[in-house]
Design a protein around this ligand. Structure first.
Ligand SMILES: Cc1ncc(COP(=O)(O)O)c(C=O)c1O
Length: 463
């Protein structure tokens, strides 16, 4: 027998019991920092330990410190669970241990990623031959899209940023919405374009960028211009009006990047796609597979209309690299050099669900978000602050005896987290404290929502 077999069997058994516990255990972790440090800290052992004992330690001491994010009642941030087929394909990806950087190093992974990319473009209604690069998440997908934008915008005015860098380069005007996600600003920071010098465009009460305000801001942009729009505000779920924004930006000669980390999935369903009308006209898009497709971490996709623009920005070569002309070399699609075959679980999820399955997942989460809003919103002293157009719900709580609703809302969030029935976080929306609920899991049911809503109301003293 292969020496790895008993270990893999052991890992499988630990994984099985973790997965079986997801719907039953408190969603929050229970282990203290002291207990985790006691179990895992200390000096590197001089002599190695039995591998089976190491696995047992991870499982037994580690599980109390895990959050049940893959379970049916985790509603924090925007975190999807793991569909069984995607998890299983992810295991296979690790067992295959392929380097996805070059076609020659793994023809299978290259073909899987090529196909998964085309399928995603088709699902979102994007140009069929746009390039899709498999990165770690929304942050890196935004970074990659903006990297391609920076390179292409400067090339248009005769500046080769790859060779010359940004010292002495023509200025790129960067325009973002008032409610831009922090990972766009962080990408700009990484790219030497500065997060504070952006021009911000006014947004409406739901966080959607105002097209008239964009037109006004664009008048002050003379020269290369990058406009970042958003599909799916992290708080409200609202999407910028793509058609007028992209038209105005393109009329100005700008590159348009769409941060669609979770919101782009709305384009898959006939019931939500209207919100994204015109999104296909952009130049680059960022989307997560670990969010709404429910593929295990980490998995994001950077999509760029012009594959050459992406390849010029990220591609590289060296004398020892075997390049395959006309075939998919991963290094032409992402900033990484060596990396895992991240597209494989995406391929498996898409193939096993089909278009209809993805559509149903999006619809189900949106319906559950509306159900949550309805259950909470009808209670006295509880207010749903956003239009529930996608999978996000913002809730605010008045103290039963009157008083500070900001402080009370924060208090209710803390109580819910400690209660353990479900887990969610807080946020600030338009200068008010809110509870944020995000429904992104394939395994959440109506019963989970009802049970969680009841727990939230109990914690708010409103049951
Ligand atoms: C709109 C938006 N963009 C980007 C991101 C970052 O994605 P990731 O956490 O996968 O890097 C998020 C995460 O919630 C998001 O909501």
């Amino acid at each position: 027998m292969d020496s790895s077999s008993p270990l893999l069997d052991r890992a499988l058994s630990h994984a099985r019991s973790w997965i079986a516990s997801l719907g039953k255990r408190p969603v929050r972790p229970s282990a203290s920092l002291e207990a985790l440090t006691e179990a895992f800290g200390g000096a590197l052992p001089e002599q190695g330990q039995d591998p089976a004992a190491v696995l047992d330690l991870l499982a037994n001491a580690g599980e109390p410190g895990l959050m049940a994010t893959a379970g049916p009642r985790f509603f924090g941030f925007v975190i999807g669970g793991s569909q069984p087929v995607a998890l299983a394909a992810d295991w296979l990806t690790s067992a295959w241990d392929q380097n996805a950087g070059l076609y020659v190093a793994s023809p299978t992974v290259a073909v899987l990623e090529d196909t998964a990319g085309r399928w995603l473009n088709g699902l979102f209604g994007l140009p069929q031959d746009a390039a899709a690069g498999f990165v770690t998440g929304g942050q890196m997908a935004n970074f990659t899209g903006l990297l391609a934008a920076r390179h292409a915008l400067l090339a248009r005015v005769g500046w080769d940023v790859a060779d010359q860098g940004l010292f002495g380069a023509p200025e790129i005007h960067v325009v973002v919405g008032e409610e831009v996600h922090v990972t766009i600003l962080r990408s700009l920071r990484f790219l030497g374009m500065g997060q504070a010098r952006v021009k911000r465009v006014r947004a409406d009460a739901q966080g959607r960028m105002d097209p008239d305000a964009l037109t006004t801001v664009l008048k002050s942009c003379t020269g290369p211009t990058l406009v970042c729009v958003q599909a799916g505000n992290v708080n409200t779920g609202a999407t910028d009006p793509m058609e007028p924004l992209i038209a105005a930006a393109h009329a100005h000669g700008a590159w348009v990047h769409v941060d669609g980390a979770f919101g782009l999935w709305g384009a898959v369903s006939p019931r939500t796609k209207e919100q994204l009308r015109g999104v296909d006209a952009a130049d680059s898009w960022a989307v997560d597979a670990h969010k709404w497709l429910n593929v295990p971490y980490d998995s994001g996709v950077a999509i760029v209309r012009d594959p050459e623009a992406l390849a010029r920005a990220v591609g590289t070569t060296a004398s020892y690299l075997v390049r395959s002309r006309g075939l998919r070399d991963g290094v032409d699609f992402v900033p990484e050099f060596s990396r895992r075959g991240r597209g494989t679980p995406v391929y498996a999820a898409l193939r096993s669900m089909g278009r209809r399955g993805v559509e149903a997942l999006v619809d189900r989460c949106c319906a559950l978000a509306r159900r949550f809003a309805e259950r909470l919103g009808r209670a006295t002293g509880v207010q749903v602050l956003n239009e529930v157009v996608l999978n996000q719900v913002l809730v605010r709580f008045e103290p039963p005896g009157g008083g500070d609703a900001d402080a009370y809302t924060r208090e209710v969030v803390t109580r819910v987290q400690a209660d353990g029935t479900c887990w969610l976080g807080g946020s600030r929306w338009k200068d008010r404290d809110v509870m944020r609920i995000s429904i992104s899991g394939w395994n959440t049911t109506e019963e989970d929502v009802d049970r969680s809503a009841a727990a939230i109301l109990r914690c708010a003293g409103r049951s």
